[in-house]
Design a protein around this ligand. Structure first.
Ligand code: IPE
Ligand code: IPE
Ligand code: MG
Length: 251
């Protein structure tokens, strides 16, 4: 089946109505815009790359905490299609870090039974990273406690345009262009919508992340800079989510 088309991630099933009724308040899908690495480093008089390095430690902590909390899908925004605009030295540093950590994640994914999945376009990414992404996806394909979606070279508008193109390529007629048909062709195909969208570092914007999937997400913005966002901070966000009343347009 071509990449991005419908596939079942095989995580533990649960009853969506049960959750909506408020009886189970752990979000099924948590997405995080990991922002503030540069400012974290600047506050210490360090180079920005040090903030990115510390940010990867936060990723490991949050992976642990999310799996322990029973979250089924965790989507982390690591590099956007707009981040190519950054100075080439920073982009190269980020790619090098990414490559190193894609390899280092494996023991953690094994230990916790976490499946890895890339969100974004492989096109334009260094070949080494493309290979590492494939290999991590393949190695962890059988794990089912949680899916860790890492957004690298991800842009939501690009994702939606690609999905629309795929609909045309698949020969869909106008009446077949449904929400389900489009959702099945997004990089997140087979993944439930985002329940909780977290952004660190206090910025009040979505920066082209999961625009379609976050249509009814609860927002949680914290001033905490990403390298300082760890298990306790995630649990605080989950507690805030548990107190929200979701109406989905109803009353
Ligand atoms: C987020 O931190 C990481 C990436 C976007 C790669 P930033 O690098 O955006 O940090 P700030 O926003 O400049 O502090
Ligand atoms: C969003 O952060 C992208 C990622 C976290 C990967 P940015 O720092 O790039 O977002 P803007 O530029 O402040 O919107
Ligand atoms: Mg930023």
């Amino acid at each position: 089946m071509p990449f991005g088309h419908t596939r079942d991630f095989g995580t533990k099933r649960f009853d969506a109505r049960f959750r909506r009724g408020g009886l189970v308040s752990v979000p099924n899908h948590v997405a995080i815009i990991m922002d503030g690495n540069g400012r974290w480093a600047a506050q210490r008089g360090w180079a920005r790359i040090k903030g990115h390095k510390e940010g990867v430690r936060a990723v490991e902590d949050v992976l642990d905490a999310a799996a322990d909390a029973g979250i089924q899908h965790l989507s982390l925004y690591a590099f956007s299609t707009e981040n190519w605009k950054r100075p080439s030295l920073e982009v190269a540093g980020l790619m090098a870090l990414l490559r190193m950590y894609l390899r280092m994640f494996l023991p953690k994914l094994r230990e916790k039974g976490i499946r890895f999945h890339h969100l974004g376009s492989l096109e334009g990414l260094p070949e080494g990273i493309q290979r590492d992404i494939h290999s991590l996806e393949e190695t962890t394909a059988g794990y089912s406690n949680m899916v860790f979606h890492l957004a690298v070279n991800y842009g939501s508008r690009l994702e939606i345009v690609q999905a629309a193109r795929r609909c045309l390529e698949d020969g869909l007629r106008a009446e077949e262009m449904t929400e389900d048909a489009i959702a099945a062709r997004l990089w997140t195909a087979g993944t439930p919508d985002v329940d909780l969208l977290i952004r660190t570092s206090g910025e009040l914007r979505i920066s082209n992340f999961l625009l379609w999937q976050a249509a009814y997400a609860e927002f949680y913005i914290t001033d905490c800079l990403w390298p300082d966002f760890r298990g306790p901070e995630l649990r605080e966000a989950l507690a805030a989510f548990a107190s929200r009343e979701r109406r989905f347009g109803g009353i």
